[in-house]
Write a protein that binds this ligand. Structure first.
Ligand SMILES: NC(=O)c1ccc[n+]([C@@H]2O[C@H](COP(=O)([O-])OP(=O)(O)OC[C@H]3O[C@@H](n4cnc5c(N)ncnc54)[C@H](OP(=O)(O)O)[C@@H]3O)[C@@H](O)[C@H]2O)c1
Length: 350
């Protein structure tokens, strides 16, 4: 019998769901035993229900699993959610109420006062909200969320900088990959040779989620970080990898070299605990003037690191830099899995 913990994937047929299946193949602690999705696919075998879009073959172990409806009757305690945001809210609540531990990628509960929105390298202490949530909602189950795929790289890079130098203002322009819109996503005739300067709801998510992640857990809820974030979000003809051009104003004086060293040498709890999905270095600081680039850098550290380049002075704010990361790995499924690994390491999956 396997000693691994059985886990389920909600929305297992979608873009993020498939990434969960791929990343959990051969995971040392977790084993996918349940897959669930909509009425369109439930009742079918996973191998037949899914239009598999990963570059590695579908794991043999999931092919024969029957796709189940997204109701809290799955034979596992932990569920990873890649559900469409139009349905994720109530489904995730049902599971948590029924005692399941839900690791969600959807926007629906990220800003709930008693729900942690966690990046393990940045704000692991926000997991303290689990106790509050369990008490508020009178359930042993709970929901933990990870950031929107654009927020992820911004908040991850700002984490150590805010701690050391106190961020006062943030301005960000994103160039976001088409895979961020799921499958089939943006029609090819809309995006080929084009830039779409609007992604519904994205700028608002980046502006508020960043402030929650860098906020302070006060024992009951999170006080949002006080600095304003101005985000401009664009969809570009890139397959995977969100790039972000960022300018920041800091309260304390520093230098380009100090900022680069801070990120280059940073080690968070996932690194110290050697969590299975943790990148050895959370930040890959690049010296070449023309990097990071999604084509060459998106799979660095198996897509779990934030690539940082072009740190330089900014004539309007203090510094500017370029960030890039894998939107469906560190920006989605990989982030949930790292959160689950931290929960396990802290005894919170009992
Ligand atoms: N793509 C990214 O880079 C990214 C990054 C971060 C967060 N997210 C978030 O992750 C979530 C999933 O995104 P995605 O890109 O994977 O979307 P997607 O490819 O459209 O997949 C959506 C999934 O939800 C299921 N679903 C739809 N309606 C349902 C219903 N009524 N009941 C149960 N299941 C239902 C679908 O099942 P069927 O196949 O049966 O229809 C499918 O498995 C979204 O909330 C998105 O905002 C995405």
């Amino acid at each position: 019998m396997s000693a691994k913990m059985p886990v389920g994937v909600l929305g297992a047929t979608g873009a993020v769901g498939q990434k969960f299946i791929k990343l959990l193949e051969d995971h040392p602690w977790f084993e996918v035993t349940e897959v669930a999705a909509s009425e369109r696919t439930s009742g079918k075998l996973y191998g037949e229900a899914v239009s598999w879009k990963q570059v590695t073959p579908m794991p043999e172990s999931v092919r024969p699993l029957e796709v189940r409806p997204c109701t809290p009757e799955l034979k596992c305690r932990i569920v990873f959610s890649g559900l469409d945001a139009s349905v994720a809210g109530p489904i995730e609540e049902d599971f948590a109420r029924a005692g399941y531990i839900v690791l969600s990628n959807s926007k629906n509960h990220r800003m709930d006062e008693d729900v942690p929105l966690v990046i393990p390298e940045v704000n692991p202490d926000h997991l303290g909200l689990i106790t509050v949530q369990r008490r508020n909602r009178q359930s042993n189950g709970y929901i933990v969320t990870n950031a929107n795929c654009t927020t992820m790289f911004l908040a991850m890079a700002l984490g150590p900088i805010h701690k050391a130098f106190k961020v006062e203002k943030v301005f960000m322009v994103s160039m976001q990959a088409v895979s961020g819109a799921g499958y089939p996503g943006v029609p090819s005739l809309d995006i080929l040779g084009n830039v779409i300067p609007y992604i519904g709801g994205e700028e608002e998510k980046v502006e508020i989620e960043t402030r929650k992640i860098l906020g302070t857990f006060n024992g009951k809820t999170v006080d949002l970080a006080e600095f304003p974030v101005s985000a401009h979000c664009n969809r570009v003809a890139v397959e995977d990898g969100h790039t972000e051009s960022v300018s920041i104003k800091l309260a304390k004086k520093t230098t380009v070299a100090e900022l680069a060293d801070l990120l280059r040498n940073y080690s968070g709890i996932p690194q110290q605990l050697h969590l299975p999905s943790a990148p050895e270095k959370p930040y890959i600081v690049m010296d070449a003037q023309d990097r990071p680039q999604p084509r060459f850098d998106v799979n660095r550290s198996k897509g779990m690191a934030t690539c940082v380049g072009r740190i330089r002075p900014c004539p309007i704010l203090d510094f500017k830099l370029t960030l890039m990361g894998h939107n469906t790995v560190r920006g989605a499924a990989g982030a949930s899995i790292l959160n689950a690994e931290l929960l396990k390491a802290q005894g919170l999956l009992e």
